[in-house]
Design a protein around this ligand. Sequence first.
Ligand code: FAD
Length: 409
Amino acid sequence: METIMETTVVIAGGGPAGAMLGLLLARAGIDLVLLEKHADFFRDFRGDTIHPSTIQVLDELDLLDDFNAIPHREFASFGLYTGEEVVPLADFRGLPGRFRRLAMVPQWDFLKLITDAAGKHPNFRMMMETRAVGVIREGDAVRGVRAESDGRVTEIRAALTVAADGRQSDLRAAVGLKPVDIGAPMDVLWFRLPRHDGHPDDVFLRPGRGTALVSINRGDYWQMAYLIPKGGYDGLRARGIDAFRTGITGLLPYLDPSGLTFDDVRLLTVIVDRLPKWHLPGLLVIGDAAHAMSPIGGVGINLAIQDAIAAANLVTGPLQRAQANRRPVLDPVPGSLLAKLRRRRWYPTAATQAVQVQIQNRIIARVLAGDADAGAILAAARRIPPPVRHLMGRAIGLGFLPEHVRSSH
Ligand SMILES: Cc1cc2nc3c(=O)[nH]c(=O)nc-3n(C[C@H](O)[C@H](O)[C@H](O)COP(=O)(O)OP(=O)(O)OC[C@H]3O[C@@H](n4cnc5c(N)ncnc54)[C@H](O)[C@@H]3O)c2cc1C
């Protein structure tokens, strides 16, 4: 027997996109239910980068003090490590506005900050360990979701259903929206290594022959990303853990991977894709569900949040009016309104992916194929003039179309 709930908005997915949209709508008085299939936010490493544009948004939401209270590290640039020094590639110091640093914040702390703020509004309801398993369709329109928790199914009817359920989106599949695969030449292995006094302080990429390593300073440990050719993990495992450890120390001799096993390594299969259509009447798709980003530049969280802000700016007014006039049963939000989100966010998404693809194909693919000489790459990086470093900083730090919170509260 199914339980039936009614609300104005149901969001599937408590990642950066869903949590931020939940907060923005909650503070505008919109009734909503946020579904998250996991029991908590404390999962594998999923990216830490909070960009200056997101910090600006936190300021607009009066959450900056709470954000600053979370222990985190900040960086004014990102660069290539030569073995002796870090050559900056992207420099955030020249950004317009007050925020000129990239913050590395564990994603679970960030999501807790956002959902705690949303939870202060009585019209916000979060259901953890609850998975959206399908949509309620009436003709062309989506009228809500069917959600499953502990073997029980709840039908949650809503004027707007939001698929913010990540790059393997269940809801996107349920309505038959298919992303176009743009492709990536690499996969990424994530693992931690101990960090000691005397190690470098920054966040950087160290290119090698056939691989490259990204090191993210997390205080007493390094969060490492080891780039491999796409589909190359089985081969790497077959060569054994000692060869893998040697590959690491060959690039960064000060690291100690002696305790590392393949059980400590998580494979990220890199996907770069984009949905041609982000909506149906009554349904919006945002964040990774609409466009999985390459890890280059660490922009996935930022873009997911920008989608959430643009979506909130688009639907808040109409939903407030609908709630005021037509409670409790609301009509689905029309497709003509929802289509505007993709029109607004297509350019920053496609432009970012285009830059990522250029870097993937021109540099990363050649490094991974062993065709590029790390010394030549480092020499080229040294020749990048400061204005180009500032432009890169702007593209990464602010993105191509930074959004600002407009929804009322
Ligand atoms: C290993 C790794 C490292 C990364 N590093 C970075 C980085 O450094 N910087 C960066 O900006 N980006 C990084 N990313 C990408 C970044 O994590 C994503 O772009 C970003 O999290 C997208 O946010 P989202 O809310 O759209 O989706 P997600 O973060 O994927 O959130 C989706 C949420 O939906 C939940 N969910 C899924 N299906 C359902 C369902 N049916 N019902 C209910 N809930 C559901 C999931 O549990 C999840 O919490 C990384 C990703 C990975 C995997």
